[in-house]
Design a protein around this ligand. Structure first.
Ligand code: NAD
Length: 262
């Protein structure tokens, strides 16, 4: 394997599952040290053990809610102290949150989704940027979704779609702001990917009867028989994290097997 990340340190949020986990495995196999930011759960320790068995000491699981400013500041400080620097940030943690008609959603439903998906992304940049500025180099990748700017057909996802569109604007502002420090910021918009994301849908029995379940219609992704794989997305993230994409910043890259063209 190529070693594009030898001697580099990455923070990956939502690293315990799905896209974050696949990216952690790929990046570590190419030499990166990785801080796995996720809520406390067994899945994150399993990823940590897997990476450390590939290369002893390359992974550190950090139990942190990305929407909590105090915990995030501390988690970033701990990471930089542990690995001695920071080169890559993959702001990827996200939830579906509450799904339903706008008039049925509570203010708490709305705020929870905004707080994890938008505030969590803001904090993931806020506390890490100073370390990359200091190095005069860095790469940040944010996970949005085609649900944020194209595929609005999934009924009831208004909070989620709003956050996913917001992440695109935020990434572009950040790219402009950080260009003079040679810190690149790009945003990826995956289509349906086979992960555990549906577990992050807030259960709501009352709404279930009126919600059209989000099934994955056959042939929805012209390039694949079903949803894409987390490993497909990991390859894109690693490209954007590496020097191979040295002139790419402020870009939104769709990775959806042409799903959003249907
Ligand atoms: P996933 O549920 O498999 O993984 C997400 C991880 O984020 C989980 O381990 C979860 O514990 C963690 N997480 C959730 N809230 C957190 C918080 N507040 N603090 C720390 N960690 C938290 O889902 P995934 O599909 O891998 O999702 C990753 C990103 O991809 C999300 O931003 C999601 O919106 C986006 N996305 C997913 C799809 C898809 O179809 N799976 C499509 C487009 C975009």
């Amino acid at each position: 394997t190529k070693q594009r990340f030898a001697g580099r340190t990455a923070i990956i949020t939502g690293a315990g599952s799905g896209i974050g986990r696949a990216t952690a495995i790929q990046m570590a196999s190419e030499g990166a040290n990785i801080a796995l930011f996720d809520l406390v759960n067994d899945r994150t320790s399993i990823v940590e053990r897997k990476l450390n068995s590939m290369r002893e000491g390359c992974a550190l699981a950090v139990d942190v809610d990305t929407s909590d400013p105090g915990r995030m500041e501390e988690a970033v400080r701990r990471t930089v102290e542990h690995f001695g620097g920071l080169d890559i940030v993959f702001a990827n943690a996200g939830i579906n949150g509450s799904i339903g008609p706008i008039e049925e959603l509570s203010i708490e439903d709305w705020q929870r989704t905004l707080s994890v998906n938008l505030t969590g992304t803001f904090l993931s940049l806020k506390y890490t940027i100073p370390h990359m500025k200091k190095k005069g180099k860095g790469s940040i990748i944010i996970t949005s979704s085609i649900n944020g700017n194209r595929r609005f057909a999934s009924f009831g996802f208004s909070p989620y779609s709003t956050t996913k569109a917001g992440q695109v604007a935020f990434a572009k502002m950040a790219a402009l702001e950080l260009a003079k420090f040679k810190v690149r910021v790009n945003v990826i918009s995956p289509g349906a990917i086979a992960t555990n994301i549906d577990e992050s849908t807030e259960p709501n029995e009352e709404l279930e009867s009126i919600i059209i379940p989000m099934e994955f219609p056959e042939g929805q992704q012209p390039l694949a028989d079903g949803p894409g794989k987390p490993e497909d997305v990991a390859k894109l993230v690693c490209f954007l994290a590496s020097d191979e994409s040295s002139h790419i910043t402020g870009a939104q890259i769709v990775i959806d097997g042409a799903e959003s063209l249907l």
